[in-house]
Design a protein around this ligand. Structure first.
Ligand SMILES: [Zn+2]
Length: 224
């Protein structure tokens, strides 16, 4: 998937055996980039960044699951060497710290030894606005899949990086001990469905959708 907006390029690169949608956002005028959820395959991401001569100023994370954050440490090592400076790592809400620090344990169950624990330089919080690559990325806390899950919204481009909250025709899993389905559904109703129909939603897995088509057609919000 590739999106082009006035002043913003977005490329979605699926990573890990979970086909997690890592998004690379960049400003074509400065070649500065942000990587959203580099869950793994750091070499593939580094190759894409190198081919496009992009300098990564920040890595931002929607939540602490292994397939979203397991590639942070390896990618930072590659970029620190290449750029002379590692990107800043902006985590989800601090309530997901316990997941970031247990990625190696999570990955062990799947035999994915290349994934590593992640450390955030700072955590994000609801209502915060991240000023990165000449864009404003608004942070909303949308818990339920994990306690600290956030989404990132570029209102100028009308695009939402939704992680594992809202999918095309589905929502994120809530069969974890720390998850909460009614909290997830309410968070999506309150936070994501307050956006206009035209906003593009890039979920953590599968194809993209829009707020309008999920509001009207997603079975979790529409009684049969
Ligand atoms: Zn997840």
């Amino acid at each position: 998937m590739h999106f082009t907006f006035d002043g913003l390029q977005v490329r979605v690169v699926p990573v890990t055996p979970f086909r997690q949608n890592c998004s690379v956002l960049w400003n074509p005028e400065t070649a500065e980039a942000v990587v959203v959820d580099p869950g793994g395959d750091a070499d593939v991401l580094a190759q894409f960044l190198g081919q496009n001569n992009l300098t990564v100023s920040a890595i931002i994370l929607t939540h602490g699951h292994l397939d979203h954050a397991g590639g942070v440490a390896p990618l930072c090592r590659i970029l620190a060497e290449r750029q002379g400076k590692a990107p800043v790592v902006i985590g989800p809400d601090k309530r997901d710290e316990f997941l970031l620090s247990s990625i190696e344990k999570q990955a062990g169950h799947f035999g994915l030894s290349e994934l590593e624990n992640a450390t955030a330089d700072e955590y994000s919080e609801d209502g915060q606005v991240l000023d990165l690559i000449g864009r404003k990325l608004h942070v909303l806390h949308v818990p339920g899949h994990t306690p600290g899950h956030v989404v990132f919204i570029d209102h100028a481009a009308k695009i939402v990086f939704a992680g594992d909250t809202l999918f095309k025709g589905a929502v994120g899993r809530t069969d974890f001990a720390y998850a909460d389905e009614s909290l997830l559904l309410n968070s999506i109703r309150e936070k994501l469905f307050s956006l206009d129909d035209g906003y593009i939603v890039v979920p953590g897995h599968g194809g993209h959708t829009t707020v309008g088509s999920e509001r009207s057609g997603n079975p979790f919000f529409n009684a049969g």
